[in-house]
Design a protein around this ligand. Structure first.
Ligand SMILES: CC(C)(COP(=O)(O)OP(=O)(O)OC[C@H]1O[C@@H](n2cnc3c(N)ncnc32)[C@H](O)[C@@H]1OP(=O)(O)O)[C@@H](O)C(=O)NCCC(=O)NCCS
Length: 210
């Protein structure tokens, strides 16, 4: 795991959409294609990030304040409990076990949300994701250019519920404090820029003297 002692995990909320979109945009072009099974423009990634945070459970790993990995978990109403997960890891942090850790966390959360298993779909040449699915004990099934894997979810353990609620509450506080800090910094930067703008606006034209 990258910087095990410094990295922390928390849930992402709708006001984290810009940070989540920035993380997705930082994937390599191939990583972007693998993540979304096709091409996605920056604008489409921004829309996706906002939608995912509105509708699903998204958890991220932060290192030195930067979002370096995330999973999206969606539980379908039909069939009940059917879950899907998608992962993304910053290319600079790949191959250090973060993908494996994210899927373990997605399994624990899916268990608490009542999903019996998680479906993964990935491109047949996405060897890193296939390795992550194998680490999670999922049998790999090839169908055409894609590969499917079903990850078993442990039965719900209600003794974990208070810890999950506490994690969500802590995530909310951290996320709101970070958002307020960013807004505060932006306001200070605007205020600092204002005198320069005013000086420029009221600057007297220079009069050349012979
Ligand atoms: C797939 C992804 C999430 C994996 O994240 P990660 O942090 O690198 O995953 P891990 O470090 O836990 O494991 C990666 C495994 O893949 C293996 N791997 C990496 N590249 C590989 C390659 N080219 N060939 C074979 N195995 C490879 C690693 O050796 C490792 O296996 P190991 O632990 O047995 O050594 C990350 O590469 C990513 O974000 N890819 C782009 C987006 C994507 O494809 N998302 C999945 C769509 S569902």
């Amino acid at each position: 795991m990258p910087g095990t002692t410094r990295a922390y995990y928390r849930r992402l909320f709708p006001w984290d959409a810009d940070r989540y979109a920035a993380h997705l945009k930082a994937l390599t072009p191939q990583g972007r294609r693998w993540r979304f099974c096709g091409t996605m423009s920056d604008g489409a990634l921004e829309e996706h990030a906002a939608r995912a945070l509105d509708t699903g459970h998204v958890e991220g790993c932060f290192l030195d304040g930067k979002l370096i990995g995330a999973f999206e978990l969606f539980i379908d109403p039909e069939p009940p409990g059917h879950a899907q997960v998608a992962l993304s890891v910053d290319p600079a942090q790949a191959g250090q076990g973060l993908g494996t850790e994210l899927i373990a966390r997605a399994r624990r959360r899916a268990s608490l949300l009542g999903a019996p298993e998680i479906d993964l779909t990935m491109a047949g040449d996405n060897l890193a994701m296939i390795a992550v699915a194998r680490h999670a004990g999922a049998p790999i099934v090839r169908s055409g250019p894609e590969v499917g894997a079903t990850v078993a979810v442990p039965p719900p353990d209600l003794s974990r519920l208070p810890a999950a609620i506490a994690l969500d509450e802590a995530s909310l506080v951290q996320s709101l404090s970070a958002a307020m800090l960013r807004a505060g910094r932006a306001a200070v930067a605007r205020a600092m820029a204002r005198p320069a703008m005013l000086r420029a606006a009221f600057a007297r034209p220079r009069i050349r003297t012979a």
